[in-house]
Design a protein around this ligand. Structure first.
Ligand code: NAD
Ligand code: MG
Length: 399
């Protein structure tokens, strides 16, 4: 029997991180947890460390790391606890790590994800913001380092599964003419436009089909999640924005589709449960059990498809415009969205105001070419500053 593969999980205490551990727990002979990382949730990570015995735990927050260190020492654990952003990047690059699950939410995940790529690891990408904000730079790093980037986002994982055998993201696509991303439509799919200004963060986070962290739940409600996913698909699979269609599919059973030059359309189906793409990516090119129940098509009965509503959900169009503009536009879109979503979750901005803020930031910051990581980080910081000041100025107008 070969030795288990070492897995590092960035964002282990989040929704994707916990689902990843649930899959790993089914296969102790294949996988070993090498590293767990999160921001400050020390109690949760200590419990995970007691079960999975990683070599290293990293909490970005120093105080939380000290609490975790003391708790693990008290129970005789051999796990080393580190703190700080750089420790995350160092830990994923170690020789004990073969696979990195990139599941930190938002731009905060960029540096450790990039470290995994540069170390030539197999990187399982849930953290779509890291790719959207860096654009082709991240794909170039993947190629240069000989890393493998496997998408975890259910739509992109579905597309990956429908690509020709042996295909990996970043490679030349063969005979593919169009990608069709499915969208659940989110919790407000049938909500009247006039009501959208009054919806609450809890209503926005009550997703009908998927249980996810709060930021991506709000993105799903505005359809910005689908906009980020259009950009993600262009980068992973080398398609233009116009070759990536979006169709609303409320049952969330067909996870996405690939159209070939001969007219064939291949789809991947399954229950809406992230353990399926996680297991697929962990084991690729093999297949392993994920713990997900099998699909009962008769019980589901009907699969419906409808076009997205760009009037009630302008964010998808903003993302498409940013994809066409290229350069720093996707970076600016992502940063403004992160700031606006946080303001909505903190009740400083209403739901409709999220797209308004992003639109204004995109209008005021011209897209510039991305030549190096510094260009990305500068555009990200400028967009955040502008979004914060627009939200502060307009308190009362939006909230
Ligand atoms: P979550 O909010 O449940 O978890 C986020 C994790 O990131 C936590 O472990 C948290 O400690 C960590 N984190 C947050 N800020 C950090 C920081 N500054 N430094 C280090 N760690 C930090 O989020 P989630 O739903 O698991 O989503 C994670 C990523 O996966 C997102 O990019 C999301 O878009 C993507 N994704 C999620 C799902 C899903 O079903 N949840 C599906 C597709 C893609
Ligand atoms: Mg998705």
């Amino acid at each position: 029997m070969s030795t288990p593969r070492g897995i590092a999980i960035l964002g282990s205490t989040g929704s994707i991180g916990r689902s990843t551990l649930a899959v790993i727990a089914l296969h102790p002979e294949i996988f070993k947890v090498a590293m767990l990382g999160a921001f400050n949730s020390w109690q949760a990570i200590v419990e995970q460390a007691k079960t999975f015995h990683p070599d290293t735990v990293v909490l970005v927050d120093e105080h939380a790391a000290a609490q975790a260190r003391a708790a693990l020492r008290d129970c005789g654990s051999a796990t080393i606890v580190e703190s700080g952003e750089q420790a995350l990047a160092d830990a994923v690059s170690g020789g004990n790590v073969a696979v990195v699950m990139a599941a930190i939410v938002g731009a905060a995940g960029l540096k450790p994800t990039l470290a995994g790529v540069r170390a030539g690891k197999r990187v399982l990408l849930a953290n779509k913001e890291a790719l959207v904000m860096t654009g082709r730079l991240l794909m170039e790093e993947v190629r240069r380092a000989g890393a493998q980037l496997i998408p975890i986002d259910s739509e992109h994982n579905a597309i990956f599964q429908c690509m020709p055998a042996g295909y990996l993201p970043g490679e030349e696509k063969r005979g593919v003419t169009r990608l069709i991303l499915t969208a659940s439509g989110g919790p407000f799919r049938t909500t009247a436009a006039a009501k959208l200004a009054h919806v609450t963060p809890d209503e926005a986070c009550a997703h009908p089909k998927w249980k996810m962290g709060r930021k991506i739940s709000v993105d799903s409600a505005t359809l910005m999640n689908k906009g980020l996913e259009v950009i993600e698909a262009t980068l992973l699979f080398g398609m233009t924005e116009t070759q990536v269609d979006v169709v609303v599919h409320p049952q969330s059973v067909v996870h996405s589709l690939v159209e070939y030059a001969d007219g064939s359309v291949l789809a991947q189906l399954g229950a809406p449960d992230m353990r399926t793409p996680i297991a697929q990516a962990l084991a690729w090119p093999e297949r392993i059990a994920s713990g997900v129940h099998s699909l009962d098509l008769v019980a589901i009965g009907q699969l419906e498809f409808e076009p997205p509503d760009h009037v009630r959900f302008p964010s998808l169009g903003l993302a498409r415009a940013a994809a066409r503009a290229g350069g720093t536009a996707p970076t600016v879109l992502n940063a403004a969205n992160e700031v606006a979503v946080q303001a909505f979750l903190d009740r400083r901005l209403n739901f409709v105001g999220i797209a308004t803020v992003i639109d204004k930031v995109l209008q005021r910051l011209d897209s510039t070419p991305v030549k190096a990581l510094g260009d990305v980080l500068d555009a990200d910081a400028a967009a955040r500053r502008l979004a914060v000041s627009l939200i502060e100025l307009s308190v009362g107008a939006f909230a």
